[in-house]
Design a protein around this ligand. Structure first.
Ligand code: FAD
Ligand SMILES: O=C(O)[C@@H]1CCCC=N1
Length: 392
C-alpha cells in the first residue's frame, strides 16, 4: 500500500478511545508499556458510548462479581481524581425501586446485605417523607445505596486521556480509523493514514467491536442499540436537583416496559432531569441518526406521568448514545480464542462506565500476559458457545 509503516514497535496498540480503551491505555503506560491509542474520530466526540456529562456509579448489583469489582473501582476513581486534580464523582445516593417480592429486587437486597453495602431500606409509610415528589408503585419496595452517585463522564474521559499522554510512552492518534488488522507475534494495524506494529493489541471499539473483529475471523453476539437520552423539565426548578439532595434512581421491572428505567438528578442542564429507558432499538453504529424509533420515549412518557409528577411529561432535550449488548448483559473481557496477544473488551451492555478504571486494569493485565486480578469467567467469550461464530 502507499501508507508508510512506522518504524516504532509499540508494546501495545489500543483501538478505541472511549472510556475502556482510554483507561486501558493509561494503565499500560503507567506500567511502562509503550502504548499507542488509536481513535477514528477527532477527540472529543459524541458518536460512541462514552460521551455526555453524567453516568451513575453504584455498588447496587445482584451479582457478587460486579460488587467486588466496584469496591476497587471506587478506589481507582478516587485515585484518578487525585492524579488529575479534578472532581469526577459526586455522591448523591441511588434509590432502587422494584417489586418487593420479585426475584430481581430480592436478590439485589440479599447481595447488598451480604456485602454489607451501606443501604437504607425504606418502608412504604416513610417513603414519601424521605423521597418527596416520587410515586412508589403498589407492591414495590425501595432501598437507597448511600455511596452511589454521579460520575462526570466527559470530564473523566478527558482526564484519563490527559494522564495517559503525560506518561512517557503514551501516544494518542485521533481522526485515524483502523481499516485492517493482521494478527501475528507482532500485530500490524493499518489506519486510513498509517501502519503500526504492536506486540499486543487491545480492541475496545464499543459499538464497532464486530466490525474490527471481522479482520480476526471472530464475531461476537453483540446487539447495538440506540438510546434516546431524555431530559425532562422540572415544573418547579430544583425539585429533583443534586442541590436538593435528590438521588439517582432505578425502577426495576417498571409497569410501562420490559427493561429498567433510570434517572439522574438535575445537574448538567439546570432545571432538567435525565430519565432514560435501559434499552433501545437496534442500529448500525454508523447509521445511528437514521434510527428514529421512539418506542422508548413513549414508555418514558407513561412512567414520568405516573411516577415523577413534578416533571413535564414531554422530553425537553433528546440526545443520542449507543449500548452494545451481550445476550446475558455481562461484559466481554478476554483474549482472542485464536490469537493470544489480541485482547477484547466489548459488550458493556449500557452499564460499563463505572467500571472503567478496573476494566482498564484487567485488560492491561491480559495485554501484558499477567494473570488478571479477578476471576474473569463471567466475561469469557466461550460462554456464548453456539453464538460465537469463528469464520476462520
Ligand atoms: C445513554 C447511556 C447511559 C449510560 N449510563 C451508564 C451509567 O449510568 N453508568 C454506567 O456505568 N454506564 C453507563 N452507560 C454505559 C457506558 O457509558 C458504556 O458501557 C461505556 O461508555 C462503553 O465504553 P467503550 O469504551 O466500550 O465504548 P465507546 O465509548 O463507544 O468507545 C469505543 C471507541 O472506539 C472507537 N472506534 C471504533 N472503531 C474504530 C476504528 N475502526 N478505528 C479507530 N477507532 C475506532 C470509537 O470511535 C469509540 O470512540 C451508559 C451508556 C449510554 C449510551
Ligand atoms: O449502569 C447504571 O447504573 C445505569 C443505570 C441503570 C441502568 C443502566 N445504566
Amino acid at each position: 500500500s502507499h501508507l508508510e509503516m512506522s518504524s516504532e514497535v509499540y508494546d501495545c496498540i489500543v483501538i478505541g478511545a472511549g472510556i475502556q480503551g482510554s483507561c486501558t491505555a493509561y494503565q499500560l503506560a503507567k506500567n511502562k508499556q509503550k502504548t499507542l491509542l488509536l481513535e477514528q474520530f477527532v477527540l472529543p466526540h459524541s458518536r460512541g458510548s462514552s460521551h455526555g456529562q453524567t453516568r451513575v456509579i453504584r455498588k447496587t448489583y445482584e451479582e457478587d462479581f460486579y460488587v467486588q469489582m466496584m469496591h476497587e473501582s471506587y478506589e481507582l476513581w478516587a485515585q484518578l481524581e487525585r492524579e488529575a486534580g479534578v472532581e469526577l464523582y459526586r455522591r448523591t445516593g441511588l434509590l432502587v425501586m422494584g417489586p418487593e417480592n420479585g426475584e430481581g429486587f430480592s436478590r439485589l437486597k440479599a447481595t447488598m446485605q451480604r456485602h454489607k453495602i451501606p443501604t437504607v431500606f425504606l418502608e412504604k409509610q416513610e417513603f414519601s417523607q424521605h423521597i418527596p415528589n416520587v410515586n412508589l408503585a403498589d407492591g414495590n419496595g425501595a432501598l437507597i445505596d448511600t455511596f452511589a452517585g454521579v460520575l462526570y463522564a466527559d470530564r473523566a474521559l478527558r482526564a484519563v486521556q490527559r494522564l495517559f499522554q503525560s506518561c512517557g510512552g503514551g501516544v494518542i492518534k485521533d481522526g485515524e480509523k483502523v481499516i485492517d488488522i493482521r494478527p501475528g507475534t507482532e500485530v500490524t494495524v493499518t489506519t486510513d493514514s498509517g501502519v503500526y506494529r504492536g506486540r499486543s493489541l487491545v480492541i475496545t471499539a464499543g459499538p464497532w467491536a464486530n466490525t474490527l473483529l471481522t479482520h480476526t475471523g471472530l464475531q461476537l453476539p453483540l446487539k447495538v442499540v440506540k438510546i434516546n437520552v431524555c431530559y425532562w423539565k422540572e415544573k418547579i426548578p430544583g425539585t429533583y436537583s443534586v442541590g436538593q439532595s435528590f438521588p439517582c434512581f432505578i425502577e426495576m421491572e417498571p409497569i410501562e416496559g420490559e427493561y429498567d428505567i433510570y434517572g439522574l438528578p438535575s445537574n448538567e442542564y439546570p432545571g432538567l432531569m435525565k430519565v432514560c429507558y435501559h434499552m433501545g432499538s437496534e442500529t448500525e453504529p454508523d447509521e445511528r441518526d437514521k434510527q428514529t424509533d421512539r418506542g422508548d420515549i413513549d414508555i418514558l412518557v407513561r412512567f414520568v406521568t405516573r411516577c415523577l409528577p413534578g416533571l413535564v411529561p414531554v422530553p425537553a432535550v433528546v440526545e443520542s448514545c449507543m449500548y452494545t449488548v451481550t445476550p446475558d448483559h455481562n461484559f466481554v473481557l478476554d483474549s482472542h480464542p485464536t490469537y493470544g496477544n489480541i485482547i477484547i473488551g466489548a459488550g458493556f451492555s449500557g452499564h460499563g462506565f463505572k467500571f472503567g478504571p478496573i476494566i482498564g486494569k484487567l485488560l492491561s493485565q491480559l495485554a501484558m500476559g499477567q494473570v488478571p486480578s479477578y476471576d474473569l469467567s463471567p466475561f469469557r467469550i466461550q460462554r456464548f458457545q453456539s453464538h460465537a461464530r469463528s469464520s476462520l
